[in-house]
Design a protein around this ligand. Sequence first.
Ligand code: AFD
Ligand code: MN
Ligand code: MN
Length: 406
Amino acid sequence: MSGNSKAYDVLVEQLAARGIDVEAVKEKLAAQAIETPSWGYGDSGTRYKVFSWAGAARNVYEKLDDAAYIQRLTGVAPSMAIHIPWDKTDDWSALRRYAEDRGIRLGAVNPNVFQDDEYKFGSLCNANPGVREMAIAHMVECCEIMAETGSDSLSIWLADGTNYAGQDDMRRRKHALQESLTEVYRHLPAGGRMLIEYKFFEPAFYHTDLPDWGTAYAMSLKLGPQAQVLVDTGHHPTGTNIAQIVCFLLDEGRLGGFHLNGRKYADDDLIVGTSAPFELFTIYMELVSAGERARDVAYMIDQSHNIEPKLEAMLQSVINCQVAYAKALIVNYDELAGAQLAGDVLGAHRAVMMAFETDVRPLLARVREEKGLHPDPIAAYRADDYASKIAQVRGKSVASGGYPSA
Ligand code: AFD
Ligand code: MN
Ligand code: MN
């Protein structure tokens, strides 16, 4: 009996003794779906420096090749989010077919209203109506692209904000934001969703027009049922209880999805689940305990890997989400509810910690094997030659970004 199957049998026995239906847990783990971002496969960096990576994807087709590779190794990464205009193509049906021929599909469409010169003082909140029109037109184009790609989510993040008190009228900006989003909302394809992302600062440093879950939630209520909130796990002040935000939005039916990444100090875009695995676990506990209310939540990774090997970083991100979900699935929620109602503070806490402190890797390994996959995606990655092959074929792009060299 391989070491793994022994560990698996011991774990199954432990979980059964805790009243956990292991087969039901495995079914949910096998059905998990985590979307990877096209921008995680190309070169990216910080404002100081982009360390270009040999083999980094140079165009949307190569990004799809890499996303399909992640899906082949993990079996739970069936879609890739696209970013417009970075991933723009003049033949959407060809791109859609290219993805589907490789076992994945095109996911959320991310407009870009933060890199054109015109957006210096904002996009949808800009005082200049012409700039607002330009940003709205771009988002309407993204709605049309959604119809072409079969995407169901328009994932909106604005860099809009100001750097100094008095720089602009925050009330006027709020009105402009609502008006502009209302116009975009009209163009959503049937069944499409507008996911409104918030971020407490950066690149604006005095105020951001969509800084927190409350403003995004208020905007979604004003817009209508196809508008929901997008929670980027890196976009909160240190110490924020993100699980509580997730619980509230889920209960209101307004949690559209996540941009998953890790943070230590700010929007660091690190590998999700590295700096705060317990936080990720508590988020997944809210999702598991919400049951049907969490059915349509979109789980999307939003990271840019600057020093980490790109594909290994993406694999680790997906695995960390699998681990957090598996741990959340093995909480005995009946036992937890009983302890909560009885006011058994530490009994309830221990019911949660018991799950968090369980090594779920043998369970995940078995789920992968039952899907016909290697039980350890990182070992599979390190054993095959995909990364060395693309490094050879694609080479290294000229590093960009960063302060102009002296
Ligand atoms: C940056 C922003 C935000 C956005 C992402 C993709 O902070 O998270 O969703 O870029 O555009 O990380
Ligand atoms: Mn994001
Ligand atoms: Mn971000």
